[in-house]
Ligand binder design. Structure first.
Ligand SMILES: C[S@@+](CC[C@H](N)C(=O)[O-])C[C@H]1O[C@@H](n2cnc3c(N)ncnc32)[C@H](O)[C@@H]1O
Ligand code: SF4
Length: 374
């Protein structure tokens, strides 16, 4: 069993936001100050230092600064983390290093600083170019800010850039969504994360009566997305991810292909393959608790009976599927019944017989397909 062959990514959670969006259930704080920022970065470095057993001699194939809004953190703080990782020789050559931005913080000075320390992929939370949709989402930026941000990043040819768009928002029309997609295509970016608005428990939206578009409108939006994005050279490679050929996000693909990941920062998740099973863990969620004790995590081995569905839930998100060898390489603990579950799904026409890939029908009814592996 060669655990070192399983690819490893690093997720760094930077929790601050200017304001809490009413649809978001990420672990965030709106109370940012320089002292906490400095302390958090020190704790993240301590956390990485104490994770050598999990890292197990590997180097990170990708690093993702997510949040919250990482672009609220000073570039010199980001540099401290990257320098630490470089000094310890923990970053693989050509690793993808992504960084999440809110359009408000895109400016040449900040971009120059973070690109000079190794960030090579930007992910910008545009959400929509329509002020009406942005108002419904209660975002703190407007269309002009988004366009300004994209004009600035279009000069950074050496970094890969992706944006996030949301559909299925209250009072959002199909025409407005089509315009969002067309505007995205006009910037010739390499990647789009396209999310349907989900109403998460514990959010302000959950407690409100919302005029969400009907299922028919959502379906039309999805068909429009497919038509417009395909005709502009983008392919859907995962449930919410579209890219130009060869520009699929390495970091998220590692999650979905059951690679390992180390999560540092408040509330960050990790998944590490150990000799005796799959270990999943969660860091302390509260910022002050994490700063105080970054080493503590609440974790345990995934019960063996849950591993097959865990595998299906991840791999089947990938549109073109994966070879059965890839499953063998990254998943060391499939159950003896996995094969029978697979044959059942193939018989029902939900998974194709030559690759681990949901068929058109299987992708449409993805939850049902995944549940066959329970
Ligand atoms: C951490 S945020 C990105 C960076 C920055 N905080 C921002 O919002 O611009 C990650 C992305 O998750 C998406 N997201 C968050 N909550 C969502 C929800 N309830 N439904 C759909 N997408 C959501 C948004 O598109 C958002 O850009
Ligand atoms: S969507 Fe982004 S900006 Fe809004 S609260 Fe969530 S993480 Fe913060």
């Amino acid at each position: 069993m060669n655990l070192k062959k399983i690819p490893l990514s690093l997720y760094i959670h930077l929790p601050w936001c200017e304001k809490k969006c009413p649809y978001c259930d990420f672990n965030i704080s709106t109370n940012k100050n320089d002292i906490d920022e400095k302390k958090l970065i020190e704790s993240i470095i301590r956390d990485i230092e104490s994770s050598y057993e999990k890292i197990n001699g590997r180097r990170f194939i990708s690093i993702y600064f997510g949040g919250g809004t990482p672009s609220l953190v000073k570039a010199k703080m980001i540099e401290k983390i990257i320098s630490h990782l470089e000094n310890k020789n923990l970053i693989q050559n050509n690793a993808e290093i992504s960084f999440e931005f809110n359009p408000n913080e895109i400016n040449n000075k900040y971009l120059d600083s973070i690109c000079s320390i190794g960030i090579n992929r930007l992910s910008i939370g545009i959400q929509s170019f329509d002020n009406k949709t942005l108002n419904s989402l209660e975002r703190n930026h407007d269309e002009n800010k988004s366009i300004e941000a994209l004009e600035i990043i279009s000069k950074y040819h050496h970094v890969k850039s992706s944006i996030d768009l949301i559909y299925g928002v209250m009072d959002q029309s199909i025409d407005s969504f089509v315009e969002d997609l067309e505007k995205f295509c006009s910037y010739d970016l390499i990647h789009l994360s396209l999310y349907q608005l989900t109403i998460e428990p514990n959010t302000i939206f959950y407690k409100k009566e919302l005029r969400i578009p009907s299922e028919e409108i959502i379906e039309s939006m999805e068909l429009s997305a497919k038509r417009i994005l395909n005709s502009n050279g983008y392919s859907q490679y995962e449930v919410s991810s579209w890219s130009k050929k060869g520009f699929e996000g390495i970091h998220n693909m590692n999650y979905w292909t059951y690679g390992d990941y180390l999560g540092v920062g408040p509330g960050a998740h990790s998944k590490i393959t150990k000799k005796n099973g799959i270990y999943r863990s969660l860091k302390l969620k509260k910022l002050s608790s994490y700063i105080e004790n970054p080493i503590k995590d609440n974790g345990g081995l995934v019960p063996p009976e849950d591993i097959d569905i865990d595998i299906a839930m991840n791999f089947l998100r990938i549109k073109k599927g994966v070879s059965f060898e890839k499953i063998q390489q990254n998943c060391l603990f499939v159950s003896d019944q996995f094969q029978n579950k697979l044959y059942d799904a193939i018989d029902r026409g939900l998974i194709s017989s030559d690759r681990f890939k949901a068929t058109k029908k299987g992708f449409k009814f993805l939850n049902d397909t995944v549940n066959l592996f329970s």
